[in-house]
Design a protein around this ligand. Sequence first.
Ligand SMILES: Cc1ncc(COP(=O)(O)O)c(C=O)c1O
Length: 369
Amino acid sequence: MTPSGIPSVDTPALLIDLDIVRRNLQQMQKNADNFGVALRPHIKTHKIPELAHLQMRLGAAGITVAKVSEAEVMAQGGLKDIFIANQVVSENKLNRLADLKKKVDISVGLDSPVAAEKLSAIFAASGLTMEYLIEINSGLNRCGVLPGRDAVELYRAIHALPALRFKGIFTHAGQVYGAGSLAEVMEISRHESKIMFETAEALEEAGTLVQIISIGSTPTMKVWQGYEGINEIRPGNYIFHDAIQLSLGVATLEECALSIVASVISRPARERAVIDGGSKAFSSDRGAHGKEMSSGFGIVLGKKATLVRLSEEHGIISLDPDEHLEIGDRVRIIPNHACAAVNLFDRAYGISNGEIVEEFNIAARGKSQ
Ligand SMILES: Cc1ncc(COP(=O)(O)O)c(C=O)c1O
């Protein structure tokens, strides 16, 4: 440890406060248990099989991933129940999905007859059955069919295809990241549940059982009050939180588990310091899906300072001219977007009471295929 309480690792380095992680995981699990729903955390935030296992030990029902390659890493790491909350359409990926299906319990999202036909053809040829959830667009306007009638039409168009089994519906109301107030976060959270409940009802009226109704982002789940019919939640960022969650008002600084430690390499002016981490450490993320961060590229802990500008290997800090920050000093910074920052590091240091207690290989970083 250095005198400032920052572990003496070479910089820039990624730190995970494991005491905070455990509290964050326990809190979300408690919420899920109180509302009687399954928690299937998205591992896109931490990308570390050991942390996925911790989530499972604390009560998670399975995990969520975005990519086949993430699923492969997690399956290799011993995770057994994986939902790919995304569209998988290339032949190469569908064949890898079929291989995974032989080893672990896996399901996937669908939002079009085209993707369903491709999935059906490859699974039928392999003699396997694939479970799928229809993706619903609850306002993010990314993938997904519109709630209600369009979801029923898609179900009708694909349910008889060979080798596929309908399991349920899922959505991610990521537009919440553009919310301007906590009241708006709550409104989007209610809307996310409501349209999913109504869509499940429409599907059941059309004669099918909807086994899983799955929702979730961290902001919408942090304010969630439960909702009839919803039986699965999929937050991801809640394990660490970040400056974006703080700006939305759904997390506190004490709940932020991920930080980047960087060293001052230059103090060219009293109101400017330069650190050894830039966009290759923090990412250039100014706020997911909309809201621009006013606080720069992260929160500099314990200093009257703002990380105002990044080049690849340099971070430019604007600071109070009287602030003590000299060449060689180290700073800890909470990144804007934890998921994007984790993706930039090979390793992370787990700390407890300010001491390094564990080193993690970020096995699913860079897994975008
Ligand atoms: C489909 C899907 N589900 C769940 C999540 C988790 O949301 P968050 O990162 O807000 O916790 C994401 C995040 O991007 C997502 O894309």
